[in-house]
Design a protein around this ligand. Structure first.
Ligand code: AMP
Length: 426
């Protein structure tokens, strides 16, 4: 266990939630016994910092803007006040939770169900890529909580007879910063029109826009801002290094690192779906059980990839930023930024997959001649000058021939796949 200066313990044995406040119990926050017991049965004895700060406000039905990272226990921070209110007033379509990705929506739903299992809470997960009709049938049964991605929820609001959120008491925007971005602007705005004005709103995000105009769109009523850690920084238990690599030998360096760290669960981040898919194939030809996770895969394939990685069946996940936000992937030992992210916030989200809950973790950044500027910006932002990870070029490049062969085999496979697909489509 690590003792931090603030007297907060980081419990090394905890599987997840990073900062636990051991001086506080859930009961102290004003939660009903049945919910305190529900937390206990999930192994949560003390609240995390964000829970300690947010739950009392939520119970008072205040609008909250909370800055909290995934892994901080933020889901329970908004789920518990909602469930407590639901205890008093068991109404259908009581709360709607919006999330930017399908995976995150599933995760949030799971937590609502886990905490509310003794309360008979019915949760609907409404995301794209899943049969529309079965969702409509489920919505007709009037679930208490609707969790989903904006596009599909809006679709049902507009097209599913009898589905309305006009009586919802709570709105949550998880990963709010992203939901308030251009990508979701139109859907979120339209959903807001379907919600009553006198609702309670919770906005949660690891990073939050300073653009007040954006927040205004969510029409909050005197929101209270809650921050666990105002500065976006990486945790102390994370070791961060960089490697300066020529662009053409990136795969050789990656191969070298994966061998050095074999046995570690690793996420390799790429910036594009196509390069991620290709890289996973290259790694397979190099005998790593690598699986891709990106936005171009079907929903079932994405969940399958995540489950195979979580179960340890595969130790290398090649992911785009789809995986870096909001997903709880426990016990990742190593994050490799094969492509350097183009924003510092993106970097923090990515490396936040490791060194959770006081455990150690490592991030390795492959910096090419083209990435220097971005990389320096990241260093500036997190306030840390990273050290070079030592490698011997000769040793790394000894595998160049093998890697080139794997690249060729992967390229052939991709070509064959595209040809087959074209023929099928014709
Ligand atoms: P989140 O930040 O909501 O993604 O939560 C990350 C993980 O923390 C989840 O797996 C929760 O099961 C876990 N968790 C939430 N609250 C607590 C708590 N008070 N104590 C221990 N673990 C928790």
């Amino acid at each position: 266990m690590v003792q931090t200066p603030g007297g907060i313990d980081i419990e090394a044995h905890q599987d997840s939630a990073a900062l636990i406040d051991r001086d506080t119990d859930f009961k102290d926050l004003g939660l009903a016994d049945v919910l305190v017991d529900a937390c206990k049965s999930l192994g949560w004895v003390h609240p995390t910092q964000i829970q300690k700060k947010t739950i009392p406000l939520g119970l008072k039905k205040k609008d909250v803007v909370a800055l909290a990272q995934t892994g901080s226990g933020k889901t329970a921070a908004f789920a518990l006040p909602i469930l407590q209110a639901l205890l008093k007033e068991t109404l259908p379509l009581f709360a709607v939770v919006l999330a930017p990705t399908r995976e995150l929506a599933f995760q949030i739903s799971d937590q609502f169900r886990a905490i509310g299992s003794q309360l008979g809470v019915v949760v609907a997960t409404i995301v794209g890529g899943v049969d529309h009709m079965s969702q409509a049938i489920f919505l007709a049964k009037k679930p208490h909580i609707v969790v989903g991605t904006p596009g599909r929820i809006l679709d049902h609001l507009q097209n599913t007879k009898g589905f309305s959120l006009s009586k919802a008491r709570f709105l949550v925007l998880d990963e709010a910063d992203r939901l308030l971005n251009l990508e979701f602007e139109s859907a979120v705005d339209k959903i807001l029109e379907h919600l009553p004005k006198n609702r309670v709103s919770f906005l949660f995000s690891a990073t939050m826009t300073s653009k007040v105009s954006k927040l205004k769109r969510a029409s909050l009523r005197n929101p209270v801002k809650v921050e666990v850690d105002a500065k976006y920084r990486t945790v102390d238990t994370l070791v961060q290094n960089y490697l300066f690599v020529p662009e053409i030998y990136k795969d050789c360096y990656l191969y070298h690192l994966l061998i050095q760290f074999s046995g570690n669960s690793t996420i390799v981040f790429t910036s594009k779906c196509v390069s991620g898919q290709k890289l996973a194939l290259v790694l397979r030809h190099l005998n790593f059980k690598a699986i891709p996770l990106h936005g171009k895969l079907s929903q079932s394939k994405r969940l399958d990839a995540l489950n195979r990685f979580k179960s340890g069946e595969s130790l290398v996940l090649v992911a785009t930023d789809v995986a870096s936000r909001g997903l709880h992937i426990p016990d990742v030992d190593l994050v490799i930024n094969y492509d350097i992210p183009d924003s510092a916030k993106g970097y923090i989200h990515r490396v936040g997959r490791t060194a959770r809950a006081g455990k150690g973790g490592r991030a390795l950044n492959l910096v090419t001649q083209y990435d220097v500027e971005y990389f320096q910006k990241i260093e500036q932002y997190i306030g840390e000058k990273m050290r070079l990870y030592p490698t011997e070029e000769e040793v790394v490049l000894a595998s160049a021939e093998r890697v080139a062969e794997a690249q060729r085999a992967a390229a052939v496979e991709i070509r064959e796949f595209s040809t087959k697909k074209r023929k099928r489509d014709e």
